[in-house]
Every structure is written in structure tokens, then in C-alpha cells.
Design a protein around this ligand. Structure first.
Ligand code: SAM
Length: 225
């Protein structure tokens, strides 16, 4: 039943043109959200809604994760920084692409995901281990508003909480040719998803992908709540 509901949601996202490329489709199909949401919220795992994961935080709806993964143009071997691990689900969907088990390990990329709330970082770590992504995703507990310089530079950066403006350290940690996605705007749900591309000459190109609703980015370069 659970598998059937997940497939139904995927079919809807394909029909609506949200899921577009075979790699993103395959990754979302292979990563049902049920392994990443709390036991008491299992009935919502295959719905296209955010699901509460505690501490006032939520795992995003599948639609927005699909949109972000399409816009990120992920490929095998990419080194990705995610700011806002939450449940670990979005990270797992990206790991399916950058470190596909169908490819030799030597070609794998890696996901580094930073979570500011200690208990959520522990939950994400547990979910990721249980779902079999332990060797493809590293969870870091800390403030990701300044990125994670220890493993920079990154091919891709995805921020899953809304920032007041684009933090410069994140731009600095993006490789030449890299892509970053970040919701920018008010802390209370009115934001735009910005796609930033760092060209090979270092020039930054920004594109507004439309209105989104994310929880606020906290920390040194986040919203002061
Ligand atoms: N990607 C997550 C998933 O798959 O479940 C959902 C992310 S949730 C929408 C946003 C997350 O960003 C929350 O877990 C929140 O605690 C985290 N967050 C907010 N500010 C942060 C910061 N400065 N550094 C790291 N994480 C942060």
C-alpha cells in the first residue's frame, strides 16, 4: 500500500512536469519518504505536504525536493553541501544520483549535510544509516549559514531554509561552474528560490525560480528571530 501511494504521487509529479529527468525521477522513486518521517506521521509520508519532524521543523514536500533536484543539475561524482539536514531525506535523494550504487565507488561523489539542531542531526544520522546511505552522506551538527569550509569547494550547494540574503561564505565555497540553490526572503514563509551559477570566469549569474515557503535559516548569517 505504502509503495503504491508513493508511486501514485510520483505519477502525479511526472504528469505535472515537475519530475522531468530520468535521474531525478529514478532517485525519488528509489527513496520513499516513509523511512525518514516519524512513526506517528507515516500516513502522510506519501502525501505532497511537508511533514513535521519535531523542534518546529519539517521535511519538505516531495514536489519542492523534485523541483530543487531538477534545478541543481546533479550528476554522478558531484560533491554537494546541503544546509539543513532535517530528516536526511533530501540528502538521500541526492545521494542516489551523485553516488549511485550502479556506478563504481571510485566514481562516487558525496553529500555533506549540516544541521544546526543537535537532536535533529542525530535523527538524520540514524535515518541515513538505517536507510543504507551511511557511506554516501556525512551529517555535520553545526551552523551551516557559513557553509562547511572543511570540505569546500563544492560542485553544488543547496540550502533548505530561508536566508535574509545570500551568505558570501557559501558563494566562496562554490566551485567554478557550480550551482547553488537558496530560498531568500522573509523568515515567515514568503521567499524566492534563487539559483546561482558561478561561471568559469568567476562571474555570478542569479535566476529567480519563483515563490517558496521555507522555515528560517538561523545562525550567524541567518535570520535574527
Ligand atoms: N532537507 C530537510 C529534509 O530532507 O528533511 C528538510 C529541511 S527543513 C525544511 C530546514 C532545516 O534547516 C531544519 O532542520 C533546520 O533546523 C535547519 N537549519 C536552519 N538554520 C540552519 C543553520 N544555520 N545551519 C544548519 N541547519 C539549519
Amino acid at each position: 500500500m505504502e509503495k503504491a501511494n508513493w508511486e501514485k504521487l510520483i505519477e502525479t509529479l511526472i504528469k505535472e512536469g515537475v519530475l522531468q529527468t530520468p535521474a531525478v525521477l529514478k532517485a525519488i522513486r528509489a527513496t520513499p519518504r516513509s523511512s525518514f518521517v516519524p512513526v506517528g506521521a507515516q500516513s502522510y509520508a506519501a502525501s505532497d505536504t511537508p511533514v513535521q519532524i519535531g523542534f518546529g521543523q519539517a521535511v519538505s514536500e516531495p514536489r519542492i525536493v523534485a523541483v530543487m533536484n531538477e534545478a541543481l543539475q546533479l550528476g554522478l561524482g558531484c560533491k554537494v553541501l546541503e544546509v539543513g539536514a532535517g530528516s536526511g531525506w533530501h540528502a538521500a535523494t541526492m545521494a542516489e544520483i551523485v553516488a549511485s550504487q550502479e556506478a563504481p565507488r571510485s566514481e562516487w561523489g558525496h553529500i555533506y549535510t549540516v544541521e544546526v539542531i543537535h537532536a535533529l542531526a542525530e535523527t538524520a544520522r540514524r535515518n541515513i544509516m538505517n536507510a543504507g546511505y551511511g557511506d554516501r552522506i556525512t551529517i555535520v551538527n553545526g551552523d551551516g549559514s557559513k557553509g562547511y569550509p572543511a570540505k569546500a569547494p563544492y560542485d553544488r550547494i543547496v540550502v533548505t531554509a530561508a536566508a535574509p540574503q545570500i551568505p558570501k561564505p557559501l558563494v566562496d565555497q562554490l566551485k567554478s561552474g557550480g550551482v547553488m540553490l537558496i530560498p531568500v526572503g522573509s523568515p515567515f514563509l514568503f521567499q524566492h528560490l534563487i539559483k546561482l551559477t558561478k561561471q568559469s570566469d568567476g562571474k555570478i549569474v542569479e535566476e529567480n525560480l519563483g515563490a517558496v515557503s521555507f522555515v528560517p535559516l538561523t545562525g550567524a548569517l541567518g535570520h535574527k528571530l
